[in-house]
Design a protein around this ligand. Structure first.
Ligand SMILES: Nc1ncnc2c1ncn2[C@@H]1O[C@H](COP(=O)(O)OP(=O)(O)O)[C@@H](O)[C@H]1O
Ligand SMILES: [Mg+2]
Length: 258
């Protein structure tokens, strides 16, 4: 399997600063790695270096892409004779909250999905939730304001701020039931080809239960403890576009070696 990283826009022989540590560690560990220019790709030119071997499996490691952008990358990989490890459907399954929600409902805060600009008051009228946690299909509001809405008016406020700071609401709006969570307890796990991995080697039951439900070759699972100590699933993510968070780079790369 070959890893594909974005290069530095000004120096195409080097990895982009964001991925440099991981790219260099992967090369040092003897893993096959290529670079490509995300900027050239946007203007229709895809030139991975080194080129892919025929039929080789390629795993992207880079910025989040929308489903259309991921589909274009996948086509470009295939035009270069290789195969992407993750299909577009598999990418969307973990990248978009509404796609995985029904498969993990028992582990994650209750959620409703509405279009941007919908009648939020009508949508939450019968829910009797203590407060709301508002995000689009991909991300919460990461400014100091945060994503918690204490009223329907604040739901609209969070949605407009997401649009203001990120330029758009991706997909639609997720309104989640607010839950009391224990601070600083979030931990990221990864599942690669069906096998779950923990940073410290101990995979909790919740992650073992989720792993076989999700038809994706590589995804992340974020677990937070609730105030009473119960593990809760906060989100899944496509592993190709997930940060390593607290994972030391060498430990992360071991995932791909089984
Ligand atoms: N339903 C919720 N109730 C309370 N806090 C939440 C809820 N959902 C998420 N959070 C908190 O907000 C943080 C960010 O939420 P998350 O869904 O992971 O957004 P992002 O996609 O921006 O990372 C989580 O780590 C968790 O601490
Ligand atoms: Mg998160």
């Amino acid at each position: 399997m070959r890893l594909l990283y974005p290069c530095d826009p000004f120096n195409k022989k080097d990895p982009d600063e964001t991925y440099a540590e991981e790219f260099l560690a992967a090369q040092t560990a003897g893993m096959a790695c290529s670079l490509y220019s995300a900027e050239d790709f946007e203007s229709g030119d895809f030139k991975p270096r080194p080129l892919f071997a025929s039929e080789e499996e390629v795993l992207y490691r880079g910025w989040m892409l929308n489903p259309n952008g991921y589909g274009q990358l996948l086509d470009a990989i295939e035009c270069n004779g290789a195969r992407a490890v993750t299909s577009v459907a598999q990418y969307c399954l973990c990248h978009y909250l509404p796609e995985w929600y029904s498969l993990c409902k028992d582990f994650t805060p209750e959620t409703i999905f509405v279009e941007k600009g919908a009648d939020y008051a009508a949508a939450v009228a019968n829910l009797h939730w203590p407060a709301f946690f508002v995000k689009d299909y991909v991300k919460s509001l990461t400014t100091n304001r945060g994503s918690v809405a204490n009223s329907v008016g604040e739901v609209a406020e969070v949605v407009s701020l997401i649009e203001k700071y990120r330029g758009q609401v991706e997909g639609g709006v997720c309104i989640r039931k607010f839950e009391h969570l224990a601070p600083d307890t979030e931990e990221r796990y990864f599942v690669f080809r069906g096998k779950p991995y923990a940073r410290n080697g101990v995979v909790p039951e919740i992650v073992q239960s989720i792993a076989p439900r999700i038809d994706s070759p590589f995804f992340s699972v974020d677990v937070v403890l609730s105030a009473d100590g119960t593990p809760r699933l906060i989100e899944l993510g496509d592993g190709q576009v997930s940060d390593r968070k607290q994972w030391p780079v060498e430990r992360f790369l071991e995932i791909f070696r089984g």
